[in-house]
Design a protein around this ligand. Structure first.
Ligand code: GRF
Length: 212
């Protein structure tokens, strides 16, 4: 059977895996990861990429002296070519920085199947719901509207679907009466900031065992 993921090597604190973090917005997850990496880990952030010139999270890259690149969508009409060109520019940066694993952290674009295939098993994402429930950009709203009593977050491998890749780990939070999108988002981000670096440790150290 095909292996579910293929990291290039088992990393260690002495030889950490070189990661790139992709962001589009506030970057609180990036900030949490960079704080975590203040202590030597089996992963180290070597590159930060934002498609959004105004992303607040860019600040964390600059403050930490990490190579930080803004790569907006090229200004061309053909949407397919635009995506492919955009990812081509990103890929050059990934190669230049010898990146081994891509960590999506609030990156608001869907990657093309060809990009995902090139990085097969080496792109992870965190999503603010218990997948497969509530994929997409309105996870909190959808969870509250559905009336579920529990939501949470999911760390998963990225495939060419929207929030459909293999689930690596999940954490739950309770939805309480009167919960708003904002309060739920705040609660979930708090646990995301703990679980994502921890799962990265396990993956990079080669200790990860998929959910049974
Ligand atoms: C997080 O809730 C994450 O689950 C989702 O996007 C949000 C990013 O927040 N994919 P931030 O930009 O890290 O603050």
């Amino acid at each position: 059977m095909e292996k579910p993921y293929i990291l290039p090597r088992r990393a260690s604190i002495d030889k950490p895996l070189r990661i790139a973090v992709f962001i589009s917005g506030s970057g609180s997850g990036l900030n949490a990861l960079l704080n975590y990496q203040q202590t030597p880990r089996a992963h180290i952030t070597k590159l930060i990429i934002s498609d959004n010139i105004n992303a607040h999270g860019l600040k964390y890259g600059y403050d930490n002296n990490i190579k930080t690149k803004i790569i907006p969508l090229p200004d061309i009409f053909d949407k397919n070519r635009q995506r492919i060109l955009h990812e081509g520019l990103i890929n050059i940066e990934l190669i230049n920085s010898k990146v081994e694993l891509i960590v999506l952290s609030g990156y608001m674009r869907i990657l093309t199947p060809s990009f995902v295939a090139k990085w097969k098993g080496r792109i992870i994402n965190i999503h603010p719901s218990l997948l497969p429930d509530f994929p997409g950009v309105h996870a909190h709203r959808d969870a509250i509207q559905s009336g579920v009593k529990i939501s949470g977050c999911t760390v998963h491998l990225v495939d060419s679907g929207v929030d459909t890749g293999m689930i690596l780990a999940q954490r739950e939070v309770k939805i309480i009466p009167g919960e708003t999108i904002q309060t739920l988002q705040d609660k979930i981000k708090k646990i995301e900031h703990e679980i994502y670096p921890q799962i990265l440790d396990l993956l990079c150290e080669g200790q990860y065992h998929p959910m049974s």
